[in-house]
Each structure stands twice: as C-alpha cells, then as structure tokens.
Design a protein around this ligand. Structure first.
Ligand code: PXP
Length: 260
C-alpha cells in the first residue's frame, strides 16, 4: 500500500485586505485572518503584494513576517521593486507571478520561456537570500522546461483554466485541462522540481487535485474567503444581536426613557 505524504495548504489572505481597503481602516485585519487560518490547519500563508497595492500593502507583509508562526509565501512580480522588498523582508518563499495592472486577478501563468534571462536574475537574487522561489506557470511543457532551465526549484501550476471549465460545467474542457495538469505535474517532478498548484480552487477541485502525488502544496484564497462569509455570518449576526440586546437591557435597567 503506497503511503503518500500529506499535501500542504497555503491560505491566501489577499481578499481580507480587499474588504479592509474598501473602507480604508484596519478592519478586517489580514494578520488576524492568517492567525485563524493557521489555527485551523493552514501550513502557510500566502499574500500577493501587487504593484498597485490594491489589497495587501507593505505593512501587512512586514506584520505577517514578524508575527505568523508558519511560513510566509510572498507572491510578487519579478520587478526590481519587489525583489528589493523580498530581499529586505526575507519571506520563507516567493512565488513569481505575472502582473498586469488592468487584470482583476492573476489571469494566466508567467511566460517563463519568453523571459528566461530576467527571471533567472530574479530567481538567483532571491535564492541567494535563502528564499525558496517558485514560478507560477501554466502546465505547458515549454514553460516547465523553461522553469527548469531558469533554475527555479519549484513551480506552481496555474489551475484557473481547469477550475473555470469545471465551474462552467464544461466537462470536456475540464477533462482536457486536468489532463494537461496531470502531465505537467509528472514532467516537472521528473525534472526534480517541487510542484505546487493554485488558482480558482474550491472544495471539489481541491479534493480532485489533491489525489495527484506529484503536487505537494495548494495555494487557495478567493473561495476560502468567500466561503468564510457564509460559514461565519450567522455567528457574527448573532453576536451583534446579543450586543444590541445587552445595550438595550442596560438602558432599561438604568431607567426606562432615559435619553442619552
Ligand atoms: N497561487 C497564485 C500564484 C496566485 O496568484 C493566486 C491568486 O492570488 C492563488 C494561488 C490563489 O488563487 P485563488 O484566490 O483563486 O484561490
């Protein structure tokens, strides 16, 4: 009976910061979300410091690095600014992602094959600081071969196209995309690369992909934060109801009709 190693869960807390930034204050704090995720079994925390700071900001990264008790995985573009920040903050890991200002999320994988030299330099600088570097790529042979040539020890396979097809109920497209992931993971593993995966995963797709023995880590964000609303809303509405009722009862005890 083959014994497979457990698969790690990296929880991406970007969208806690998205909600916080909608009001500009400090609530909800992504650090608190990270601590809750770790207490619930996350093996690490992932956060994407985008050039436009649309969700996570520099102070979040500094506080996460200082306070969380599990590895921090910094998602970042391979720009001089981000490489400088990573070298200063020294997260456990860095995942290099493509970044376009107009995109809503990281829509596709890196073109590792088309930017070998620039990526080799960034991977080299980060690795020299002891940061474990991964490249976020599609499960395409040319991209996997490029990751190997660049010298990245880890790839993260972009699962977005598979998850989109699965969510749309397009079984043929989902099967083709999943097959691409299966073959890509095997190819990368055969080169000695560590294989991670992420983007768009939900309970069903995470359960399916977790069966692939080559994949040792999944990074999941949007679905978890969205689902947490439904899982948590009932408890916080009850707590608010109770707080209001306590306040009203105090006013009643102090004398009915007292204006404040
Ligand atoms: N992995 C990488 C490299 C990403 O850029 C993202 C999105 O920030 C994720 C995983 C998580 O994707 P999702 O938020 O859709 O779960």
């Amino acid at each position: 009976m083959p014994v497979s190693l457990p698969i790690r869960l990296g929880v991406n807390i970007d969208h806690v910061a998205t909600v916080r930034n909608a009001r500009g204050g400090r609530h909800p704090d992504p650090l608190r979300a990270a601590e809750i995720a770790i207490a619930a079994g996350a093996d690490g925390i992932t956060a994407h410091l985008r050039e436009d700071r649309r969700h996570i900001v520099d102070d979040d990264i500094a506080r996460l690095k200082e306070r969380i008790k599990k590895p921090l995985n910094l998602e970042m573009a391979a720009t001089a600014e981000m490489v400088g920040i990573a070298k200063r903050v020294r997260p456990h890991a860095a995942c290099i992602v493509p970044e376009r200002r107009a995109e809503r999320t990281t829509e596709g994988g890196l073109d590792a094959a088309g930017q070998c030299e620039a990526l080799r330099a960034a991977v080299g600088e980060l690795t020299a600081c002891g940061i474990r570097v991964s490249l976020f790529i599609a499960a395409e042979p040319a991209q996997i071969d490029a990751a190997r040539a660049i010298g990245a020890p880890v790839i993260e396979i972009h699962t977005g196209a598979w998850c989109d097809a699965a969510a749309a109920g397009d079984d043929a497209a989902a099967a083709a995309e999943f097959d691409r992931i299966v073959r890509g993971a095997a190819r990368a593993k055969s080169f000695g690369l560590e294989v991670h995966a992420g983007h768009g995963l939900d309970f069903a797709t995470a359960e399916t992909i977790a069966a692939l023995p080559e994949i040792v880590e999944l990074n999941i964000g949007h679905f978890l934060i969205g689902e947490a609303i439904f899982d948590g809303l009932s408890a916080v509405v009850r707590a608010m109801r109770a707080a209001m009722d306590r306040g009203r009862a105090r006013a009643g005890a102090a004398g009915a009709g007292t204006a404040r």
